[in-house]
Design a protein around this ligand. Sequence first.
Ligand code: AMP
Length: 428
Amino acid sequence: MSSFKSISGTFDILPEGHTTGGDSIAPSRVWQYVEATIRKVMEAYGAEEIRTPILEPTELIARGIGQLTDIVSKEMFAFERGDTNYVLRPEVTAPVMRAYQQHHLDQKGGVQRLYYIGPCFRAERPQKGRYRQFHQFGLEIIGATDARADADTIACAVDVYRALGLTDFTIRLNSLGDSESRPRYKDALIAYITPFADQLSEISRNRLQTNPMRILDTKIEKERELLKNAPLLSDFIDEESRQHHEEVKGYLTSIGLKYVDDPFLVRGLDYYSRTAFEIESDSLGAQGSLAGGGRYDLLSLELGAKQVIPAVGFAAGMERLIMALDAANLADIPAPRLDAFIVALGDAALTWTFPVAQSLRAKGFKVGYDLKGRSLKAQMREASRQNSRYVIIVGDDELASGVAEVKDMDQSSQTSVPFAQLASHLTK
Ligand code: AMP
């Protein structure tokens, strides 16, 4: 056995569920089921898939997300080769916007609705629900300022959760205003916090210099207390943003979607303007953030566009989602099953198995067989481990007569079936 192990904060997804570093990792069929559900919901929103590379220029991420964010300042897996600096993408919004601009998707007219599912990488301290390689799915609606796009984005994330039977989550919503409201608010916030800066944690004290709005994100009770009377962003945002925010809330209310207005929600990424939201699990605890998103009209300019390309989207963690699903949510996922397992006894039968399995597979059947020439009992055990509907048993006698014994594992019955009729027998 190899002495190598997967890197801490990464994990293998196996056919069977397993435990890694105290975390249970769901079997691959659960991931496939969740992915298929995501695709179905995305299609209901008229979204089409975009796949961008794992490797991106570091500068794209640094500019897109912002130098002062945690992601860019300390969580990037970045490296140099020749004169290029590469990064393993820590998120997918900036890459999608890059692709949109690179391929002039705006020239297709109208609005692009693009969704993605794939791995992201952040050099975080691994812990339950927080990994170095994790998976995100998300939707980006690019080309519209309409508040329905913001509401659509939130509704889409919610629909994914609902489609999987997940209902215990809370939507927190805020507006970050435009690019002018935030500096005004930042100044007011700094003025409010500075007198008691020495009572803050080191992290928050640093943030006061670099990214003061992030202090509002604090989970430390004493700091929350100190911030209780802090100025509110909602009092600083421009009139248009305020109106946009009201419209978004109106649309959510019109479909009966409950949300919590949270003036302290600022989100970790720099590129948001106006709408910001987060969907939190009510049951996951510490790593409870299921999804986050918002409007990022100015990202396009940051990436070199000549004009603002309005856009709104969300990104959601697959690991968190799968963690939040319980056995009841997953009960509908069909276990994989073979149509037939061929049990071969004796050398001649082993050889016969190969072309027969191939011809059945060519007709669309899922067929397995034993590769080790084991005993009848061991082969039967393997057939039932693979949940095979039928077992085709062939030994020297069956080869001589051209008739196989076929067990129907669901009915617990056995029939003699001529080789030429195997395929039609399996369809019964
Ligand atoms: P963010 O891009 O930071 O807004 O993250 C969006 C979502 O991705 C979060 O709500 C989480 O569900 C998930 N996520 C972010 N970072 C990690 C991580 N290190 N491990 C697992 N999931 C993550």
